[in-house]
Design a protein around this ligand. Structure first.
Ligand SMILES: C[S@@+](CC[C@H](N)C(=O)[O-])C[C@H]1O[C@@H](n2cnc3c(N)ncnc32)[C@H](O)[C@@H]1O
Length: 349
C-alpha cells in the first residue's frame, strides 16, 4: 500500500511570514516530509541554507530523499528540537534568518502502520516520534495510576470525561492495541455523536504525553529566540490550543521590556524585549485549503521577529562607532541599526 504524501499546511503563509531572503540561513525544526523545507530552499535561492530537524528517523529519510537536489545546502539531522541550541552549535549554524516549527505529526506518520498514532487501523499502542525512546503509549495505558491517567487525558486531551475513561482503562487492562483502546473509550463515553470520534481526545492526550510535546516545545521556543539574528523570523504552526497557548505566553513575555508582577512599583526584572509579534491574531487556513486538505482545519500560525535589545544595541554601536554618524552608547530604535547595517526587513506578506 502506498502512503499518502504529506501536504504542507499554510505553505504560502509560512514562507511569507518567514520573510525569506536569498542567501539566508533557515532552520526547519519539524522537517517531516520536507514540504515546507523545499519551499524555503526555493525562496532563499541563490545561496540559501537549511538545517532540518526531525525526531523520527523515517521522516529524516523522507526529507533527505526529497531534498537531495539541494546538495550540501541542506543538512538534515535526526534529533529532538528540544536540543536546538546544541544542534546549531555542533553544526556551526547560527545566527539564522528564520526558524520554523510545524507541530504535531505528519500524514505519513498517521497512516504508517505499526506506529499506533491512529485508531483507524489496528496497531500496537506505540505513538513515539522517536522509536529509540523508551516510553510508549502502552506503558502509560497499562502502568499509570487512575489519577495520573485522568490528569493526562484531561490536561492534554481537554476531555471532560477523563475520570470515566481512566476508570474504564484500568478495568480493561491489559490494553495492547489502538482499536482495543478506542473500544474502551467508546464504552466509557458512548458512540460518536458529532464529527469527532470519542477516542480522538484520548489519543491526542497520550501522544502529547508519550512525546513530551508541550515540554519540548517550551524548551525549544526559548532556545530559538537566542539563535535568531536581528530581524530573524520565528514562525510556529500549531494544531491545538495547548501548543498555541505556550507560544502566545512565551512570546508575550519576550516582547515586553519588563515582566515584573503588576504590584511591583519599580522594575526589578531588567528584562528587555527581544521579539516583536507580527500577527496578534492567528493566521488560519482558507476554506479552500481545508477543503483540499482537511488536516489543515485546526492549524494556526503565529509569527514574530527578533529585535535588538538595548544591551545588544550598545554593543553594536560601540563596534560600529567608526561609522561616525551614530551616537555610541546612545539608545536608538532598531530600525536605525538596520539602516546603518543596510539590512532590509522585508514586509510581511
Ligand atoms: C506536521 S509534521 C511536519 C511536516 C513538514 N512541515 C512538511 O512539510 O512535510 C511534524 C513533524 O515534526 C516532528 N516532530 C514532532 N515533535 C518533534 C520534536 N520534539 N523534535 C523533532 N521533531 C519533532 C514529527 O516527527 C513530524 O515529522
Amino acid at each position: 500500500m502506498s502512503l499518502p504524501t504529506h501536504i504542507p499546511v499554510l505553505l504560502k503563509e509560512t514562507v511569507g511570514a518567514l520573510s525569506i531572503q536569498p542567501g539566508g540561513r533557515y532552520i526547519d525544526c519539524t522537517v517531516g516530509g520536507g514540504g515546507h523545507a523545499a519551499a524555503i530552499m526555493e525562496r532563499s535561492s541563490p545561496g540559501g541554507q537549511l538545517l532540518g530537524i526531525d525526531a523520527d528517523p523515517e521522516a529524516v529519510k523522507a526529507a533527505r530523499d526529497g531534498l537531495a537536489a539541494y546538495g550540501s545546502s541542506v543538512l538534515i539531522v535526526n534529533d529532538n528540537f528540544a536540543n536546538l541550541e546544541a544542534i546549531c552549535i555542533k553544526h556551526d549554524f547560527l545566527p539564522v534568518n528564520g526558524i520554523l516549527f510545524d507541530l504535531g505529526l505528519s500524514s505519513l506518520q498517521l497512516a504508517s502502520s505499526g506506529r499506533g498514532f491512529s485508531f483507524q487501523q489496528d496497531a500496537p499502542l506505540d505513538m513515539r516520534f522517536d522509536p529509540g525512546q523508551k516510553l510508549t503509549a502502552a506503558d502509560i495505558v497499562n502502568d499509570y495510576s487512575e489519577s495520573e491517567l485522568a490528569r493526562i487525558i484531561r490536561e492534554y486531551g481537554e476531555e471532560s470525561y477523563s475520570y470515566r475513561i481512566a476508570r474504564r482503562i484500568i478495568a480493561g487492562r491489559p490494553i495492547k492495541t489502538t482499536l482495543g483502546l478506542a473500544r474502551v473509550v467508546e464504552g466509557a463515553i458512548g458512540p460518536r455523536k458529532g464529527r469527532i470520534h470519542p477516542a480522538t481526545r484520548t489519543f491526542q492526550a497520550l501522544r502529547i504525553a508519550v512525546n513530551n510535546e508541550l515540554g519540548n516545545l517550551e524548551t525549544a521556543i526559548k532556545q530559538a529566540v537566542n539563535l535568531l539574528g536581528y530581524d530573524g523570523r520565528l514562525v510556529v504552526v500549531s494544531y491545538h490550543s495547548l501548543e498555541d497557548r505556550i507560544v502566545k505566553r512565551l512570546w508575550q513575555q519576550e516582547s515586553k521590556d519588563c515582566i515584573c508582577p503588576l504590584d511591583v512599583p519599580v522594575c526589578r526584572c531588567q528584562h528587555t524585549a527581544r521579539l516583536r509579534i507580527i500577527n496578534r491574531k492567528v493566521i488560519t487556513p482558507s476554506v479552500a485549503e481545508v477543503e483540499a486538505n482537511p488536516r489543515a482545519r485546526s492549524a494556526r500560525l503565529r509569527a514574530a521577529e527578533r529585535i535588538i535589545t538595548e544591551d545588544e544595541w550598545r554593543e553594536s554601536t560601540e563596534r560600529l562607532s567608526f561609522l561616525g554618524d551614530i551616537n555610541p552608547g546612545g539608545w536608538r530604535k532598531p530600525i536605525i541599526l538596520r539602516e546603518v547595517l543596510g539590512v532590509s526587513s522585508a514586509p510581511f506578506q
